[in-house]
Design a protein around this ligand. Structure first.
Ligand SMILES: CCCCCC/C=C/CC(=O)SCCNC(=O)CCNC(=O)[C@H](O)C(C)(C)COP(=O)(O)OP(=O)(O)OC[C@H]1O[C@@H](n2cnc3c(N)ncnc32)[C@H](O)[C@@H]1OP(=O)(O)O
Length: 718
């Protein structure tokens, strides 16, 4: 709703009231319409101020209303009537003016903002465009290039930048509503002719066609198949080339195609999913709202390889004082050079400064005696990690939280090496650790609720999306990835090429297909893990070469490594590169020959494989593992898995995440295809639909937001 009152004798003050962000729900829109009518009809009122309660102007349209039957007054005529008013209307912006909130402000005659406010049109991130006149008013106000940038990226700008761009008329450090009321009094009676943005023309540009061509190329390149950025460019083009009324028609048309699209549904689901992962819970009953995080002021990182350096930077950027430990003198020396320059680059990007003395370096573990939390990031070797945890348990304060950055090893086993296993959790970062948004927080059997809460909160402080997951081989992300990789190898055995598989996945929206990705991260990484697991044994011949533990196995990756092909670093992998460290993947005749010979050796007759099979085999098996993970309680809900895949593995956000994608495709279809592939490949057990997936189908395939009920019912019967 909106509250209306008269202040300072002649100013009608309209306050939007819909906590927490004063989103423009039906009742808020009705409140605005009623209040504006009242203010304009009251002779004592000479000017109007619109603000939001609790220090937030408006977070935009109420996203929760989108999937439902829309009711209440529509935004476009509401904003039109404000702009057409014959009394000055001033927007008093505090906190955020986003989406429909900024569009409302653009309909006002003046905009005054607090210096700490953020403004933007983030609709594109929800699969939409600013359809309440935003695409037509903003270019008229600030020019086409700047408006294109804001509308196609959805980025939030500070009040200072908004003032510079011309979005704001004034920025204040004081009480914004008081300043706006005084300002409203001062402009009473002045002409509003030059204040209605819809009456402006866009500033002329010499070569409009090439500007829009370039913009289109840029968004298509970055969008990976997302349709909203393209529609945003088309709508801004309408602003630049058509009169306002026709531009508004075009905006409406384009919005109509986006509003009910699967991409908009996916992106809006993902908006809430990201926030849902913060409300974590574990099967033992620990929860985000009942667990108290411990304060962490000083942290340590053990091991300054690539991951350790990134983690050190992330901690320092979060304002912690960090002890960085590396026992190898050469590695320590290199880290001492690399970390400050990573910090410097980060500071340039983020416009911040980090005190270089917030990091101290040491060659001995003894240096961590007084820290609140340690993150171990040594080489992925259990014996080495065991030793580090034994040492830490002796050296650290008894209440120091001990975390491991392992990507797959057993957190419970590491906890058992310490005196306080309840203080041990996994903090699985993704490379580069100071850049990637994802953090898997892995709780062990004995991890205390406070330990989980502390790691989750520290992740948030570092700007990460922290997802709590249980302890199992590979946790959630890598466990699912293993199934995806296996299928990709099997497809090569059956006749596919790396190029075909990668093209299918890239057209789906992944930034890189599985083989290009493996070349980038290094084929030796997986080889080492498979060797440690006793899988990589290329001395086996005949049928046993392609079977391990009774299941189908492909030694293709192991064979490539034996040929010294580790990917980009060696200049050869699934593709060839112009030199070791080269980045541009080129098709490699050697590899195709190698695949032909391999198939012939094993009596495999290559067949034609289409993109649909690639997607179904690779993605459905990954999704199936996701259901298994949900069933086992390793992840608490589908949102956790989706956040992991979007933030850590390049799953295209406009497809919502693997679990949302399964919901979109239809669970029956996923089961049907998995069963078919399992029949064709009976020695691949992971193609068999998981129990939870089958149960959901048996329960009528409820929508994704109801899956937790099915999981809960199952667990309560155990
Ligand atoms: C057919 C024609 C139809 C025309 C329709 C007109 C279209 C208009 C387009 C829009 O306006 S779309 C909405 C655009 N706005 C946004 O994208 C802003 C989204 N919100 C944010 O970015 C942030 O929430 C914030 C405003 C910057 C605040 O951030 P903060 O970190 O302080 O809090 P959060 O944890 O993010 O949010 C708190 C709480 O509020 C919920 N929420 C936030 N914004 C909205 C919203 N616009 N609608 C509904 N709910 C919103 C958020 O989900 C959190 O609740 P939860 O329970 O924890 O999920």
């Amino acid at each position: 709703m909106a509250q209306y009152r008269r202040v300072s004798g002649s100013v009608g003050l309209i306050t939007l009231q819909n906590p927490p962000v004063n989103a423009l729900s039906a009742s808020v829109r009705q409140g605005i319409v009623d209040s504006v009518k009242r203010a304009l009809g009251d002779q004592k009122v000479k000017s109007v101020v619109i603000c939001g309660q609790n220090g937030v102007f408006c977070g935009g349209a109420d996203i929760r209303e989108f999937g439902r039957q829309m009711s209440g007054p529509p935004l476009v005529p509401m904003i039109h009537d404000i702009e057409a008013a014959n009394k000055p209307v001033v927007a008093a912006i505090e906190g955020s003016a986003l989406g429909g909130g900024l569009e409302l402000a653009l309909g006002c005659h003046y905009r005054i903002s607090h210096s700490k406010a953020k403004l933007g049109l983030p609709e594109v991130t929800l699969g939409l465009l600013p359809a309440a006149g935003g695409t037509q008013r903003l270019p008229r106000l600030i020019g086409v290039p700047a408006a294109l940038n804001l509308i196609t990226t959805g980025r939030h700008v500070t009040a200072a930048e908004a003032l510079q761009l011309g979005i704001l008329d004034h920025v204040t450090e004081h009480n914004t509503v008081d300043v706006a009321v005084k300002f409203a009094l001062s402009v009473t009676g002045e002409s509003l002719d030059g204040r209605r943005i819809s009456s402006f023309s866009c500033a002329p540009l010499s070569d409009l066609d090439s500007l829009f061509e370039e913009a289109m190329l840029k968004v298509r390149g970055a969008a990976r198949g997302a349709i909203a950025p393209v529609a945003c460019v088309q709508a801004v083009r309408a602003a630049a080339t058509l009169p306002y009324a026709q531009g508004m028609e075009r905006e409406k048309e384009l919005m109509a195609t986006l509003f009910h699209s699967g991409q908009a549904r996916a992106l809006q689901y993902f908006f809430f999913a990201q926030r849902a992962v913060g409300r974590w819970s574990t099967p033992s009953g620990a929860r985000w709202d009942t667990s108290q995080p411990r304060p962490v002021r000083k942290a340590a990182v053990i091991g300054l390889g690539t991951m350790g350096r990134g983690i050190t930077v992330a901690l320092a950027q979060a304002g912690l004082s960090v002890v960085a430990v590396e026992t190898h003198a050469k590695q320590l020396m290199e880290a001492k050079k690399a970390v400050p320059s990573m910090l410097k680059r980060g500071a340039v990007r983020g416009g911040t400064t980090i005190e270089p003395d917030s990091i101290t370096y040491s060659e001995t573990v003894q240096a961590v005696a007084d820290v609140d939390l340690v993150i171990e990031a040594v080489f992925e070797d259990m014996a080495l990690k065991e030793k580090v945890f034994q040492q830490l348990s002796i050296v650290c304060k008894p209440d120091t939280l001990l975390c491991t950055n392992t990507s797959s090893l057993d957190v419970d086993h590491l906890a058992s090496q310490t005196r306080h296993p309840e203080l041990v959790v996994g903090m699985h970062f993704f490379a580069p650790a100071h850049v990637m948004k994802l953090l898997e927080v892995v709780y062990g059997r004995r991890s205390s609720p406070a330990a989980v809460a502390t790691a989750m909160q520290l992740g948030k402080k570092m700007g990460k999306v922290s997802v709590a997951v249980g302890n199992c081989r590979g946790f959630a992300g890598n466990r699912m990835l293993k199934r995806y990789l296996e299928q990709a190898f099997f497809l090569l055995e059956e006749g596919a090429t790396p190029e075909l598989v990668d093209r299918a996945l890239e057209e789906f929206g992944f930034p890189m297909g599985v083989f290009r990705m493996s070349d980038l991260s290094g084929l030796d990484v997986g080889w080492r893990v498979r060797k440690a697991d006793g899988l990589a044994d290329t001395s086996l011949t005949g049928t046993s070469a392609r079977v391990r533990q009774g299941c189908r196995y492909s030694p293709l990756g192991d064979l490539l490594c034996e040929h010294g092909r580790f990917g980009q670093k060696t200049g050869r992998g699934w593709y060839q590169y112009d030199k070791p460290g080269g980045r541009v993947a080129k098709s490699d005749p050697w590899l195709h020959n190698f695949l032909d010979e391999y198939r012939a050796r094993h009596g495999l007759v290559p067949r034609c494989i289409d993109q649909q099979e690639v997607l179904e085999r690779c993605l459905f098996v990954l999704i199936n593992e996701g259901f298994q993970i949900l069933e086992e309680g390793i992840a608490a809900g589908p949102e956790d898995i989706d956040a992991i895949y979007v933030f850590g593995y390049g799953w295209p956000r406009h497809r919502g995440g693997p679990m949302f994608y399964a919901d979109m495709v239809g669970l029956e279809r996923v089961v049907e295809r998995l069963e078919r592939y399992h029949q064709a490949h009976p020695n691949v057990p992971y193609l068999q639909p998981s129990g939870l997936l089958r149960r959901l189908v048996a329960n009528g395939s409820p929508p994704i937001h109801k899956w937790r009920n099915v999981i809960k019912n199952r667990n309560s019967q155990l």
